[in-house]
Design a protein around this ligand. Structure first.
Ligand code: TYD
Ligand code: MG
Length: 478
């Protein structure tokens, strides 16, 4: 029997309708790598953040039955409600002690419950080691260590190297955020670690792990978990060659704290820097040393950074610098030699090359040194990268010492910035620098004349030498 035409037509529309609800649609969108802005077509200039050439293509699936983790969490009887501000318990009172002074310091005095912390760093720098070690040390806390990068055996091997056994540290190898949430609710840990955010996959987003849309979604989901259950979550994130965390800048906006783990892989030292912190100062810094048995805290950095101090060779000067809030003394080494080729070479490790060129130009123009035909190499000891401008004076002193081939006294430190006219300028926290030099038994410290005003020098044994110009420094040194 033939059905009337209009029934046929209805069946057909029903079918197409069904087809649309069941099958998801795949489409191509473009995301800005910098800010996560979305566009249906490629554009060269991002209207969101103004970046150029930052759009990348990604395939996303829309219309799919969204299994967003965010929804699942809302179902868990946690409802928001307004409370009087006086009844809110300050996060400071509930900070978790990480049993590691350096780590507590960068977090602003301990880990805040419900915070989302991003730990960024180059591959192989020791991010997994750091968080596993911290997790193993926290014996009275239940920790869920989720890895999408390594197998449980690999993590166990690392734990064996670290040499601590902790029954409260649970390992989970999983990348699906829905599954992670399920286990999270089962375990209800005190702290969760995700290694790494680039391996996470949300079932609500059909893009490959590590893509911008996945990172954006999964980080937001982890944030939701952290905030709803008031459990701190660590996200490990890889860093691209140019130093940015792979994924959109938006990741840095979502999280509460961004820590960066850095250092030269060929040296043992690792610096943990606070880049952003909603719960503390963003200029903190912790120092570690990578050993065969994991990371060791370095509580007195100056002693290590000055280890090769005995040999009396020219071109070495000690800078009293402040990294974050900590004063430390560090060795700067310069080598000045006649240029082997027509164009002299200038090369730096751990220092900005443009700044070195500027300082050399100042020496040439204001103090009459003919360095134009010389190769100049500069090295900061320990593989550290220094941004504190107070290292200028030590760089100048090291260059002068190498150029004159006269060794400097190993018990002299320097702390001042040098300006374009050859003037020696004041720097911040000069008393902390003097106190550090004093504590380490230095005989002299050169500072700017302008820093010296109003200082009470009677409490220090170290002699403080104020200088106003580069010419004056030269006269007092040689
Ligand atoms: P890892 O934590 O895997 O780096 P990331 O997670 O940042 O990629 O650590 C990498 C390096 O650390 C690796 O080259 C081996 C070294 N290491 C030690 O030197 N000592 C140790 O005890 C451990 C566990 C690792
Ligand atoms: Mg790792």
């Amino acid at each position: 029997m033939r059905l009337p035409n209009f029934i046929n037509f209805q069946l057909l529309t029903l079918q197409t309708f069904n087809f649309h609800t069941v099958m998801a649609k795949t489409k191509t969108v473009f995301f800005c790598k910098e800010c996560g802005n979305e566009s249906p077509k490629w554009i060269g200039h991002c209207p969101g953040c103004g970046a150029w050439n930052s759009y990348v293509e990604e395939t996303v699936v829309t219309g799919k039955d969204s299994k967003s983790v965010a929804k699942d969490i809302d179902l868990a009887h946690f409802k928001s409600k307004p409370v009087p501000i006086k009844d809110v318990v300050s996060a400071d009172e509930r900070r978790i002690d990480m049993m590691c002074g350096e780590f507590n310091r960068v977090l602003g005095g301990g880990l805040v419950p419900g915070s989302l912390v991003l730990l960024g760093g180059e591959p192989g720098i020791g991010k997994s080691t750091l968080l596993l070690q911290v997790a193993l040390h926290l014996k009275d806390k239940k920790i869920l260590y989720v890895s999408g990068e390594e197998s449980q055996q690999q993590i166990k091997m690392r734990a064996d190297r670290i040499g601590i056994n902790n029954e409260n540290c649970l390992l989970l190898t999983e990348t699906d955020t829905q599954e992670i949430l399920r286990h999270f609710k089962d375990v209800m840990p005190d702290i969760m670690v995700i290694d790494s955010v680039q391996t996470l996959e949300s079932p609500g987003v059909e893009a490959t792990a590590g893509s911008i849309s996945q990172i954006r979604e999964t980080a937001a989901e982890m944030n939701k978990i952290a905030k709803t259950f008031q459990v701190p979550v660590f996200l490990i994130g890889h860093i691209t060659k140019d130093g940015a965390i792979a994924g959109p800048k938006i990741l840095e906006h979502i999280v509460d704290t961004v820590l960066q783990f850095e250092g030269d892989r060929h040296y043992g030292f690792r610096i943990l820097r606070t880049v952003k912190n909603r719960f503390g100062s963003s200029s903190e810094l912790g120092i570690f040393e990578m050993n065969a048995g994991g990371l060791r805290e370095v509580t007195n950095p100056s002693e290590i950074l000055l280890s090769q101090r005995d040999s009396n060779v020219s071109g070495i000067a000690i800078a009293a610098m402040v990294e974050g809030m900590r004063p430390m003394l560090i060795e700067t080494q310069a080598l000045v030699s006649t240029a082997a080729y027509g164009t002299p070479q200038r090369s730096c490790t751990g220092f900005d090359i443009r700044r070195l060129n500027m300082l050399l130009a100042v020496l040439e123009k204001r103090a009459g040194f003919r360095l134009g035909a010389k190769d100049v190499f500069l090295n900061i000891a320990g593989g550290l990268r220094v941004e504190d401008p107070a290292i200028d004076l030590a760089v100048m002193a090291a260059v002068l010492s190498s150029s004159e081939d006269v060794p400097l006294d190993g018990r002299t430190a320097f702390a001042a910035e040098v300006g374009l006219s050859g003037e020696v300028r004041a720097v911040n926290r000069v008393e902390a620098r003097i106190a550090e030099a004093d504590k380490l038994g230095f005989d002299r410290i050169f500072i700017s004349k302008y820093s010296a005003k109003g200082l009470d020098l009677s409490k220090y044994k170290v002699e403080v030498v104020p200088v106003a110009t580069i010419g004056e420094l030269y006269k007092k040194l040689f």
